[in-house]
Design a protein around this ligand. Structure first.
Ligand SMILES: [Zn+2]
Ligand SMILES: [Zn+2]
Length: 156
């Protein structure tokens, strides 16, 4: 696949996400203001599961006057609206994910990188116990912790 194709696909996916963002906001009676659109786009463009701090830094490049509180409040709102997921708290800071497709995560224990991991076999995995410890299972995702290729190279 050429770089051109890849970019095209990413652009398509981004457009789709932005459209469903506006739809979801309208449904929930939240206005999709310019600020909210920029915050959401930054999230939807980020494949690295950024922390709220990193999202704020990226949004500020486009809207220098925006406050950290505005960015954080909107992140919470997006989570409430189901537009964003919080990857489990890693290394004391939450990491955000606008990719709502079924997927799992590879987490580097050293550089804290979080990479999307698609694996149909994992999607189908089921807990042996139907209600483990009395829990009704709603959904789950697998977090694989290890060393990323860069950190492995550095360790050699
Ligand atoms: Zn790493
Ligand atoms: Zn992800």
């Amino acid at each position: 696949m050429t770089a051109g194709h890849l970019t095209e696909r990413l652009t398509e996916r981004l457009t789709e996400r932005l459209e469903s963002f506006v739809e979801r906001c309208t449904e929930a009676g939240v206005s999709a203001t310019h600020q909210r659109r920029v915050i959401y786009r930054v999230l939807a463009e980020s494949e690295d599961h950024p922390s709220p701090e990193a999202v704020y830094e990226r949004v500020r490049r486009e809207i220098p006057s925006i406050s950290q509180a505005t960015v954080y409040n909107n992140i919470h709102k997006f989570i409430e609206l189901g537009l964003l997921e919080e990857v489990s708290k890693l290394h004391q800071t939450s990491r955000l994910d606008a990719n709502l497709d079924r997927h799992h995560h590879l987490v580097c224990v050293q550089c804290k990188k979080v990479v999307d991991y698609y694996d149909a076999a994992l999607d189908k995995a089921k807990a042996r116990n139907h209600e483990p410890h009395g829990f009704e299972v709603r959904h789950y995702h697998v977090e694989v912790h290890g060393l990323c290729p860069d950190c492995r190279k550095a360790a050699d």
